[in-house]
Design a protein around this ligand. Structure first.
Ligand code: PBG
Length: 307
């Protein structure tokens, strides 16, 4: 008899796209299983104000993890940048899919680039990281909230709610909205969020066979990078609400790493850069964690992580 497995996802167009992507990869690998998508509402989808006012962490992933634990779903598809660094002991993420472009996109109707923005321009973004980074580049612009899913934000921008916004290039590409990108911002100007551009698949730790199937989808370079970036975040955050960015790039056997921590208003910025030969995922974790520890010592209380 054919076995049915449920792939849990949020209902936003981006989340659905990602779930369908995982579904098609699984159908290819194991056509004898019936891979079904099950849409769940998460508390993060119902919030209209500032995310940080609602207990931040894991907002988009918690309900999916609860559904995994009580058996409503067998797999959960996540944007890895939304996944907290400390996971549930009964859950595991055996598959990280190949990374898309990790950069942020600058999107504007009237202005060609960040440099092109006039003084006083209104930037719509709820992201503390993007706000702080932009404030270091352009202390003369202002910010307002712009929330909702990717399409909603693009519509609001077009309606003139703000002069520009930022979204992940990866999400826009996945939605077929890559033509809306005004400027793909170089990572030297705006370092992405840890794990930006990577989709991961989570399951229950005791699902031996599912884990093996998922391991077949795992991308080694993405795993090395994401492991280092998330270890960096873990070394720094706790219950972090200060902006943290990181990008690890794996080529050959070398892991290049850049990370930064900013004060929310962009008035302080601490950065680190290094590269190291890594063999195992454990090496990548240790490297990222050590980078985070070093930066934390350097910051020495001058930026607090929970204010
Ligand atoms: N927090 C929402 C979120 N989570 C992941 C992405 C983009 C896709 C990705 O990074 O894989 C987005 C939207 C955005 O920041 O533009």
């Amino acid at each position: 008899m054919q076995q049915t497995r449920h792939i849990g996802t949020r209902g936003s167009p981006l989340a659905l796209y990602q779930a369908r992507w995982v579904q098609s990869l699984l159908v290819e690998r194991d056509p004898d299983t019936d891979w079904q998508i099950r849409i769940l509402k998460t508390s993060g989808d119902q919030i209209k104000g500032e995310l940080k006012d609602f207990g931040g962490k894991g907002l988009f992933t918690r309900e999916l993890e609860e559904a995994l634990l009580d058996g409503r779903i067998d797999l959960a598809v996540h944007s890895m940048k939304d996944v907290p660094t400390v996971g549930h002991e009964r859950l595991i993420i055996p598959a990280l899919l190949p990374r898309e472009d990790p950069r942020d996109a600058f999107i504007s109707v009237k202005h060609a680039s960040i440099d092109d923005l006039p003084a006083g321009a209104m930037i719509g973004s709820a992201s503390l990281r993007r706000r702080a980074q932009l404030a270091t580049l352009r202390p003369d612009v202002q910010f307002c909230l712009l929330r909702g899913n990717v399409q909603t934000r693009l519509k609001k921008l077009e309606a003139g709610v703000c002069d520009a916004t930022f979204l992940a290039v990866a999400g826009l590409n996945r939605l077929g909205a890559g033509d809306r990108i005004t400027q793909a911002v170089p990572t030297e100007l705006m370092l992405p969020a840890p794990a930006q551009g990577v989709v991961g698949v989570e399951t229950r730790r005791d699902e031996v066979q599912l884990r093996e199937t998922l391991s077949g989808l795992n991308d080694k370079a993405a795993e090395m990078s994401i492991t280092a970036e998330r270890a960096f975040l873990r070394a720094l955050d706790g219950s972090c609400r200060t902006p943290i960015a990181a990008l690890a790039e794996f080529t050959g056997s070398k892991l290049g790493f850049r990370g930064e921590v900013l004060a929310k208003d962009g008035s302080l910025r601490f950065a680190c850069v290094d590269a190291k030969d890594v063999i195992s995922v454990g090496d990548a974790y240790d490297f990222g964690f050590a980078m985070g520890e070093t930066l934390r010592i350097e910051i020495d209380g001058r930026i607090t992580f929970d204010d």
